[in-house]
Design a protein around this ligand. Structure first.
Ligand code: NDP
Ligand code: 8X3
Length: 253
């Protein structure tokens, strides 16, 4: 059994990864997010897939460095070794031209997507010391490869994730830790609802007239990436809906 730690497991891509990997009966799950009730629901779904599945859930706001240190430092003994870290927690907040951007939105994106990913990685890497096949998967984005109108700070955070993925691959090479970036285009999750502060109609319009990716599509890719033999690492995987050509161009019917 390989132990996988998923940040932001309470929704979307993170939850889908747990569900997909549970179907393989090869993993045990450390699941964290801020919404514990959502994690409890997820555990029930995992148990329905595999009644023997092992899980440990804990509340974590990745923006809080002290909380990250203490939550990861105080895990039960049976959960102190990690094989796989999926740095998935992240968000976009707002879609405004830079001159109209809200400082609070900028702080939240930078604190979550960049600093949060760094904090979690710092404390999880030592937990991988005895792993046979340690692997870190970072959720990047097409927004880490291109910049699109009004995407400014979100795109900057995902460009930072892209740089950090490359940096981790260098710094963790000697420890044999694989580092992969998965960079999706449009995935229909709660992402747009969060970006538009709960405006469900505006969020739905993002995916109108096209078939976006689903969390399940990304989870299947994560499963494939993790299933490669020990000597094979997929460095970077850019995946888009067929109806999306790049960061800005989509075709709607
Ligand atoms: P969701 O909004 O559905 O899920 C985001 C997850 O991140 C939630 O589980 C949320 O949990 C967690 N999260 C947010 N802030 C924090 C925090 N401060 N501390 C801990 N957890 C946090 O969106 P997605 O599933 O789509 O997003 C997952 C990742 O995929 C993100 O990094 C996103 O940038 C990336 N991505 C998404 C794309 C898309 O189109 N949807 C495309 C490309 C990349 P909780 O609120 O309970 O804390
Ligand atoms: C999320 C996808 O296109 O909104 O990273 O940036 S996009």
């Amino acid at each position: 059994m390989r132990t996988v730690l998923i940040t932001g497991a309470s929704s979307g891509i993170g939850a889908a990864c747990a569900l997909e990997l549970a179907r393989e009966h090869k993993y045990r799950f450390l699941l964290c997010a801020r919404r514990l009730d959502r994690l409890e629901t997820l555990v029930q779904q995992l148990l329905a897939i595999d009644p023997a599945v092992e899980t440990h859930t804990f509340k974590l706001d990745v923006r809080n460095a002290d909380e990250v240190e203490s939550q990861l430092g105080n895990l039960p003994a049976a959960w102190q070794q990690v094989d796989i870290l999926i740095n998935n927690a992240g968000l976009s907040q707002g879609l405004d031209p830079i001159q109209d951007g809200k400082i609070g939105d900028w702080d939240r994106m930078i604190d979550t997507n960049v600093k949060g990913l760094l904090y979690v990685t710092k404390y999880v890497v030592p937990m991988m010391a005895n792993s046979e096949q340690p692997h870190i998967i970072n959720l990047g984005s097409i927004a880490g490869k291109e910049v699109y109108p009004n995407g400014n700070v979100y795109c900057a955070t995902k460009h930072a994730v892209d740089a950090l993925t490359k940096a981790m691959r260098i710094d963790l090479l000697a420890q044999g830790i694989k580092v992969t970036s998965i960079d999706p285009g449009m995935v229909e999750t709660e992402f747009s609802e969060v970006r538009f502060n709960g405006d469900k109609d505006r969020a739905k319009a993002v995916y109108h007239g096209l078939t976006p990716l689903s969390g399940q599509d990304i989870a299947e890719i994560v499963s494939f990436v993790l299933s490669r033999p020990k000597h094979v690492n997929i460095n970077d995987l850019l995946v888009m809906p067929t109806a999306q050509a790049n960061g800005t161009l989509v075709i709607r019917k």
